[in-house]
Design a protein around this ligand. Structure first.
Ligand code: SF4
Length: 250
C-alpha cells in the first residue's frame, strides 16, 4: 500500500494559472528538493509528523504518512464538512511528483469518483509525470528561471517535461514567476526554448508576491517590458498575480 506525507487538505479558490478563481479542493504533499528564491512554502520542504485537515469548525491534526484511501477520505471530509459537492482536486506541494508512485494510485481513484484532477508541479521530473499524464485533466508546469533558483538550472529537464506535456497532456499550461532578478535576455532565451517545443503553450507570468521585508517586487516598468517580450513569442500570454494572497486565502 503506497503512502505519502501531507502538509494539508483544504478547500479554497485557485489563485494561480489557467484555472484562477475556480473553487477547488487542495491536497498539498510534503517534500520539495528545489530551492526557489521566491518560495513562500518553506514549511512544505520536509515532511512533518502531522498534517492539517482544514474543517469549518477548526483544524484537525493527523499523522503522516497517509494511504491513498486516507487521502481520498480527507478530501471527502473537507468537502462534506463545508457543504460542497465533489469538485476539482488540485494536487500540489512542495513538489508532488516526488511522490509519483502514490499519485499513480491516487489520481485514477479521484477520477473514478467523477472528479477532475489538476497537477501543480515544478515541471522538472519528466519521467515521473509521464505515466500520470493519462490520469490528470490539467498540468500546471513551472518555468523556473536560473536567476530565481538556488539549485541550478533546469533547462534540459524542463525541455523534456514540456515535450511530454505538449504531446500527451489533455490540457496544460506553463507558469513563470518573475522576480526583480529576471533580465529580459534570460526570459527571452527561456521562452525561445519553450516556443521551439510548444508554440501553442498557454503561458502565465506571475510577478512575485513579496513575502518578507527584504524581498522586493517588480517595478511596473520592468513588468511591462517583460510582458511585452513574452507577448511577442506567446501572443496569448496572461499576467496574473497570486490572487489567493490578494484575497487573503490560503
Ligand atoms: S518548487 Fe515550490 S515548494 Fe519547492 S522551493 Fe520552489 S516554490 Fe517552494
Amino acid at each position: 500500500m503506497r503512502r505519502a506525507p501531507l502538509v494539508e487538505v483544504f478547500a479554497s479558490i485557485q489563485g494561480e494559472g489557467a484555472y484562477v478563481g475556480q473553487p477547488q479542493t487542495f491536497l498539498r504533499l510534503a517534500g520539495c528538493p528545489f530551492r526557489c528564491r521566491y518560495c513562500d512554502s518553506e514549511p512544505t520542504w520536509e515532511a512533518e509528523e502531522h498534517w492539517r485537515l482544514a474543517l469549518p469548525d477548526g483544524d484537525r491534526r493527523e499523522r503522516n504518512p497517509v494511504t491513498v484511501a486516507q487521502a481520498l477520505g480527507a478530501i471527502e471530509e473537507v468537502e462534506r464538512a463545508a457543504g460542497l459537492t465533489p469538485q476539482t482536486v488540485s494536487v500540489t506541494g512542495g513538489e508532488p511528483l516526488v511522490h509519483w508512485e502514490f499519485l499513480e494510485e491516487l489520481c485514477p481513484a479521484l477520477r473514478a469518483q467523477g472528479r477532475r484532477v489538476h497537477l501543480e508541479t515544478a515541471g522538472v521530473h519528466f519521467s515521473a509525470v509521464e505515466p500520470l499524464l493519462a490520469h490528470v485533466d490539467h498540468v500546471s508546469a513551472d518555468l523556473k528561471l536560473d536567476s530565481t533558483m538556488e539549485t541550478g538550472a533546469f533547462g534540459e529537464a524542463h525541455r523534456r517535461f514540456y515535450e511530454l506535456c505538449a504531446t500527451r497532456a489533455a490540457d496544460w499550461c506553463v507558469k513563470c514567476v518573475l522576480t526583480p532578478s529576471v533580465s529580459p535576455a534570460e526570459l527571452d532565451a527561456a521562452l525561445a526554448a519553450l516556443q521551439a517545443l510548444a508554440p501553442g503553450a498557454a503561458l502565465f507570468l506571475q510577478p512575485v508576491t513579496p513575502m518578507r521585508l527584504e524581498q522586493k517586487g517588480l517595478t511596473a516598468a520592468a513588468l511591462a517590458a517583460l510582458t511585452e517580450l513574452a507577448r511577442r513569442r506567446f501572443p496569448g500570454v496572461r499576467v496574473i498575480p497570486q490572487t489567493h494572497r490578494a484575497l487573503g486565502l490560503r
